[in-house]
Design a binder for this molecule. Structure first.
Ligand SMILES: *Cc1c(COP(=O)(O)O)cnc(C)c1O
Length: 230
């Protein structure tokens, strides 16, 4: 029954290991986040049974339903979608990670609403690497200020940068975009921020992301198959 998911997960893990070897990385430094938008709870359970523990969701209502259905499993949930400012509370309460913080006001609300019994919420700042306004994220010039504001918030833990570059037609073009994200993290590290995470790479371009120091790849369709069109 879960043969296809098990097979696909093994294939993706193999791709991660091969890319790590090729670019002199340790595979242990690269986390696989399984992206489960449109994937039902039963299939998430199958992936969990194969050893996958980190899952990412884009749409809050859909995510909350599945988190409730799967609360018997010790899954780490990552929110990778866009956060509306009036929906920060359920995000702060139900997730371990938020990828894609791009406004200080959202970060402040997440920190204020993070339950005191929970560990600090892990946060990545979304970097708009392709300068495409539709993709969201902040530009180079805004990064340091946002990083500094986020790192002051008591209930957040700034972990790094997240990026979703525009699709590129060649491996080299994919690398160029990911290289800019890695360089932005270096710039912030030089300013004293301790950032251990580069959240970048999907089904299409995880090898290029790993070549450019990604520490967390977000993979959906290569594990669960093509998503239905909305
Ligand atoms: C859907 C999504 C992914 C996964 O993309 P696939 O092409 O299915 O691997 C990764 N990151 C974000 C932000 C997404 O929305």
């Amino acid at each position: 029954m879960n043969d296809e998911i098990a097979h696909n997960l093994a294939t993706v893990q193999q791709r991660i290991r091969a890319a790590a070897r090729r670019y002199n990385r340790s595979p242990d430094d690269i986390t696989l986040l399984a992206v489960t938008k449109t994937v039902d709870a039963a299939r998430i359970r199958q992936a969990y049974a194969c050893g996958q523990t980190q899952f990412g969701e884009n749409y809050l209502q859909e995510a909350l339903t599945k988190i409730a259905e799967l609360k018997d499993l010790p899954i780490e949930w990552h929110f990778i979608g866009r956060i509306q400012s009036n929906k920060t509370k359920p995000v702060a309460e139900s997730f371990a990670w938020v990828h894609g913080v791009e406004r200080i006001r959202i970060a402040e609300r997440l920190s204020a609403q993070r339950p005191s019994a929970a560990p600090p919420l892990n946060v990545c700042i979304q970097f708009n690497v392709s300068a495409e306004s539709s993709k969201g994220g902040v530009s180079d010039s805004e990064l340091a200020e946002l990083a500094s504001a986020v790192s002051e918030l008591p209930r957040l833990r700034l972990r790094g940068l997240m990026a979703l570059p525009a699709p590129a037609h060649s491996f080299d073009a994919q690398r160029v975009a990911f290289h800019r994200v890695a360089a932005a993290r270096e710039m912030l590290r030089d300013k004293g921020f301790l950032l251990d995470t580069l959240s970048m790479g999907t089904s299409e371009d995880l090898e290029a992301a790993i070549a450019e120091q990604s520490t967390l790849v977000r993979v959906g369709s290569a594990i669960f198959g093509r998503r239905p069109l909305k």
